[in-house]
Design a protein around this ligand. Sequence first.
Ligand SMILES: Cc1ncc(COP(=O)(O)O)c(C=O)c1O
Length: 363
Amino acid sequence: MEYLKIIRTEVSRKSGIDYSNLGFGKFFSDHQFVVDYDNGAWGDPRIEPYGPMAIEPANCTLHYGQTIFEGMKAYRSAKGGVNLFRPSMNAKRMNNSARAVCIPEIDEELFVDGIRELIRVDHSFIPNERGHSLYLRPFAFGTGNFLGVTASSQYRFMVITSPVASYYAEGLNPVRIKVDEEHIRAVRGGLGQAKTAANYAASLYAGMQAKKEGFAQVLFLEAVTRNFVDEIGAMNIMFVIDGELITPPLTQGSILPGVTRDSVLQLGRHWGLKVSERSIGIDEIAEAHRAGKLQEAFGTGTAAVISPVGEFVHRGDSMVINNRQIGPIAQKFYDTITGIQYGELDDPFGWVETIDIEESVSA
Ligand SMILES: Cc1ncc(COP(=O)(O)O)c(C=O)c1O
């Protein structure tokens, strides 16, 4: 990266990190990657110590939510070095999100190179344990100070990183999901296809209610029919019905195009599964369940990779799936995708990009 300035921290945060109890998103590495936008252009990037930023009370993002983010991971590869998984998909999705809320696009190369350089500086924070990783959080937001609903003229793009444990401390436990007919996360013509704060704010109340009722998550329905399924708050959803792998199509207009979703669909087709991207109603799912044809259901996302569903509850009716056990198809996707991410399995689609850490340390 040509104009990258690196200011290293004098006091490492490492001693404050409890590697035996990492959880998710609780600890942060020493440095952050920062680029500011002003006068119509992104400026020179820098890496600096992670820390608080001064924000004026009139910061437009605090009021109007002009902010987007990404979520990805860096894995210690069994072959040496550090693996990123399909980072250009995240870079492209970041720009789809940027367009949706009028944030200037970020050069794909700047996005991926910035992440690479940040990992080179903070690679010692990546946990060694299989299943653990360094979660990467690129994000961008308006930095203008004004009141009034209009797009900012100034922005900041940043990347912070967080060592995280495996989502499954005790194996892949199928979860209980509430099918919520009342609350809507996103609607066609809105922001559902973008990774922007508003969608997550919209999901908080429903998620909190569901947790109080003993559910792990909410399955949101499409706003108009209140029948077609959309996605789980931070995961896409897949069903196996009578041998067919089914997931709602992105054309439904309110679904985030997940990197894991796309990887599962490609792998499924590669394995010769019947794969369908089509709208599917909760009525069809209930009917398949009654007929004994609903074999598996699982969420897909970077954090958990595959999250099997053990039970849906819809209008008080329970649908228990596969006796609350993970199914063979979900297990195979989990094993294959994580095997590729950790450099243990062949990578037939060229999904992995390896960062050579030794080289950069001696450079
Ligand atoms: C709303 C939503 N849907 C789906 C996903 C899954 O996307 P990915 O597989 O790229 O992590 C995420 C997580 O990023 C999400 O926030």
